[in-house]
Ligand binder design. Structure first.
Ligand SMILES: *Cc1c(COP(=O)(O)O)cnc(C)c1O
Length: 403
């Protein structure tokens, strides 16, 4: 690397931190291009090493040779994939088996979760509280779900959400982390507040699952959704997941009761009877190729403790912030992400002038982050494959751009 500065104290610190990192070897479980620092795994996770071969096998063997038998036979068993893979995601979000089902997009699962939650809510309640800074699709879907169920959307700042919950609150929809700022919201406290107000809570885990412990069961969350192509590395457009707590499943009334969620789908009966368990949240025929790519991608988590991932994530973002402070001239960037560990997810967002142009320049130097309009540089830290030397190099490149 032309810009190596072997004298740098930070480079030496990075080397020591990488050498002591118990997760450092996990990078071998991914296929990453030489010379690239990849800090955009919070938008599209890197490619796990086993996915290409597994997909080839699925296509040539399971589809090409076994043909329709793969739906129900042997290891392929495509029909059970949504629940089977849901059970692989469950421990990563702190859920016991049988509560997570994989399929559809996050947007579609949000729709199922919100309408389902509204139908579970105590009668007479009128409000759907929605994170005012939410990722846009959540807000759009919430509007439609509210219209369908006779609720009124009330936008709330998550920091003030607990105070807004009351006897009119039916359902609360919150993002576990703010996608723009990287702020982590207090899932245990906000869930408890919703329950104290007699409401149900739906959490969007897109920016936390795979980055930090979520504890869905421990905190008695009602419903949750998340995508798998960010920190879970499932691949572009990989199917999302929906968590329905076991205690709600018998009464969960999906607004999309497709035949895959029927108690006896192959009876082909004209009337709908929901399957037992979380399978009732299924809709139609799943996208098997994407789903099985995700299943192979989840092998990257074998033997990995989410607590260790969290510890490394915080150490990485702390170290990146030290490097930015050292390398970037004062006044050029403003930190948007909270510095407190209990308020930080796994990304660092920096506000700057001409952020779009700065990010393009960073990418041309081999440091891939992303730009969020109008003025935010976003750097995602994915502890399975990002190291401390990556953080140091990224901050140094940023410093050079402003230097
Ligand atoms: C990434 C993301 C989504 C994506 O929704 P899709 O339906 O997969 O496009 C939704 N919500 C949040 C909070 C996200 O971060």
């Amino acid at each position: 690397m032309s810009d190596t500065n072997p004298g740098s104290e930070l480079a030496a610190r990075a080397e020591a931190l990488d050498a002591a990192d118990p997760l450092g070897k996990l990078r071998d479980r991914f296929t990453l291009p030489e010379g690239v620092v990849y800090l955009d795994g919070n938008s599209l996770g890197a490619l796990p090493a086993g996915v290409a071969a597994r997909l080839a096998e699925v296509v040539t063997e399971q589809w090409g040779t076994r043909l329709i038998r793969s739906w129900t036979e042997g290891e392929a068993n495509w029909w059970n994939a949504p629940e089977r893979i849901g059970d692989r995601i469950a421990p990563l979000v702190g859920a016991a088996a049988g509560q997570v089902v994989v399929g559809d997009s996050t947007s579609v699962n949000l729709f199922k979760a919100l309408v389902g939650a509204a139908r579970l809510a105590a009668p007479g309640r009128t409000e759907l509280l929605v994170d005012a800074a939410t990722f846009p699709t959540d807000g759009y879907i919430a509007e439609s779900a509210a219209r369908m169920t006779g609720l009124r959307v009330v936008p709330v700042d998550p920091a003030a959400a607990a105070g807004a919950m009351g006897p009119d609150t039916a359902v609360v929809l919150l993002n576990h982390a703010d996608y723009r700022t990287g702020r982590l919201h207090d899932l245990p406290a906000l869930t408890a507040a919703a329950h104290a107000a007699g409401a149900l809570v739906v959490w969007d885990l897109c920016h936390t699952a795979g980055a930090l412990p979520v504890g869905l069961d421990a905190h008695a969350v009602d419903l949750a959704v998340g995508c798998t192509y960010k920190y879970l590395n499932g691949g572009p457009g990989a199917p999302a997941y929906l968590y329905v707590a076991a205690r709600h499943q018998a009464a969960f009334d999906s607004p999309l009761p497709g035949w895959n969620g029927h108690a006896d789908p192959f009876a082909m009966t004209p009337s709908y009877e929901a399957a037992q368990g979380v399978a009732r949240a299924r809709v139609g025929t799943p996208d098997i190729l994407s789903m099985l790519a995700l299943e192979a991608a989840l092998d990257a988590w074998d033997g990995v403790a989410v607590d260790d991932v969290r510890a490394k994530s915080l150490a990485l973002t702390d170290f990146f912030l030290d490097c930015v402070a050292a390398y970037v001239p004062a006044g050029k960037v403003e930190l948007v992400t909270p510095t407190g560990h209990d308020q930080r997810a796994s990304q660092v967002s920096l506000r700057t002038e001409n952020a779009d142009e700065v990010m393009r320049e960073l990418i041309s130097r081999g440091v891939i982050g992303d730009f969020r309009a109008p003025d935010v540089l976003r750097f995602g830290f994915t502890p399975l494959y990002v190291g401390f030397a990556d953080a140091e190099r990224a901050a140094r490149a940023l410093g050079h751009i402003f230097g």
